[in-house]
Design a protein around this ligand. Structure first.
Ligand code: AMP
Length: 119
């Protein structure tokens, strides 16, 4: 799938719509989800134009890939969930339930999160 520069996270990266930033570095931005599913729900994205985990891990630089995963850990620490525990989730494509076509890793925490998936 070609990258759509009009997706909502691309607009956030360009500063066209606001976000509540949790963490930012050279390669990543993390912000509070607008519709939180848990007391802590942060979205971590690469700044580059990647649709999903597939094209990201195929074409991004090692520095970008390392930065994204380090940013996830930083967000867990900054939001206070790293002690009690937390969950990371990346939806990919239609069956994965991906709504925004810019790679993002959700960080959830702040309460027991229950089973991984509904059966
Ligand atoms: P996904 O279903 O994995 O693609 O998740 C997309 C997420 O983006 C959802 O949890 C939305 O609530 C969130 N979202 C959509 N628009 C915004 C926005 N403007 N700011 C923050 N989060 C957003």
């Amino acid at each position: 799938m070609a990258y759509d520069p009009n997706n909502v996270f691309a607009k956030i990266l360009r500063g066209e719509i606001p976000c509540k930033t949790v963490h930012e570095d050279e390669h990543t931005l993390a912000f509070h989800d607008i519709n939180p599913r848990a007391p802590v729900h942060v979205v971590v994205i690469p700044k580059g134009p990647y649709v999903s985990m597939e094209d990201f891990t195929r074409t991004a630089s090692d520095a970008e890939i390392a930065a994204l995963f380090r940013a996830v850990r930083t967000v867990a620490e900054l939001t206070g969930v790293s002690g009690p525990g937390w969950r990371m989730l990346a939806n990919v494509g239609a069956n994965g339930g991906q709504e925004v076509p810019h790679l993002h890793i959700h960080v959830f925490g702040g309460r027991p999160l229950g089973p991984m998936l509904a059966k």
